[in-house]
Design a protein around this ligand. Structure first.
Ligand SMILES: [Cu+2]
Length: 239
């Protein structure tokens, strides 16, 4: 199956122009299954107008082998070597909700372009995150695995959400010395980094999200996994 390569463009993140991807919804690529995250009514979010909470759990991988939906006929999908977010990148969240996000990153990394911006946290509640349980507002820009970045182009029909959080890279000496057999709860057997943060959804809309680290192949790292729906990019449907 041919990869779907989206047109490259640029998005402006807080005044910094970085590479971004335009999602391509070509028929050739299987659409990632929708993960519906239900909201729970809450009277104690402490944020005016925010009456629900929700929990979103994602993982990021150095390859696509843990992504079960992409497997057909016992195989591992068309691009098993491509970096990927899982379990899917097609996500539904409730509107006006305080969302707690947990991202477990198993992948290594390198220095990130635009380190002053993309190695820092933007748009979360409190402006921070936790990394392996410790509060943080940024990470070492020389060891970034991926970013989780939600953005949408300015629109008259939906409110703006912008969130960008860096994920620390797993060190090479950790990933080259797995301490456990791969399992469903840890597909690689080495210790990941776990990032948590909260953000608020607003009204209904469709929000593109992706990794802003050029971690794909071709086009200076912006092709292949970076520009293919379901690997390093996706959609958040706020309903
Ligand atoms: Cu990435």
């Amino acid at each position: 199956m041919k990869p779907v390569v989206g047109a490259l463009t640029a998005v402006v993140l807080g005044g910094v122009v970085v590479g971004g991807t335009v999602l391509a919804f070509h028929g050739a690529a299987p659409k990632p299954p929708l993960m519906v995250v239900d909201g729970v009514s809450s009277t104690s979010t402490g944020i005016p107008g925010v009456t629900k909470t929700a929990e979103l759990k994602l993982e990021s991988y150095p390859d696509s082998s843990p992504i079960t939906w992409r497997r057909t006929n016992g195989g591992v999908g068309p691009h098993p070597g491509w970096v990927s977010y899982g379990p899917t990148t097609n996500i539904q969240l409730p509107a006006n909700a305080l969302v707690t996000v947990t991202i477990t990153n198993y992948d290594g990394g390198e220095p990130i372009p635009n380190p002053g911006y993309l190695a820092s946290v933007h748009g979360t509640v409190g402006g921070d995150m936790t990394v392996d349980g410790q509060p943080a507002t940024s990470i070492d820009p020389s060891h970034v695995g991926h970013t989780f970045t939600i953005h949408n182009y300015p629109s008259d029909t939906q409110q703006n959400i912008f969130v960008s959080v860096p994920l620390p890279a797993v060190a090479d000496d950790v990933s080259s010395n797995p301490t456990a057999a791969p399992s469903a709860s840890n597909p690689y057997g080495w210790a990941p980094h776990v990032v948590t943060f909260k953000f608020v959804t607003k009204g209904p809309g469709e929000y593109a999200w992706n990794c802003e680290f050029p971690c794909g192949g071709n086009y200076a790292g912006m092709g292949e996994a970076m520009s293919s729906y379901g690997y390093m990019s996706g959609v958040i449907h706020v309903v």
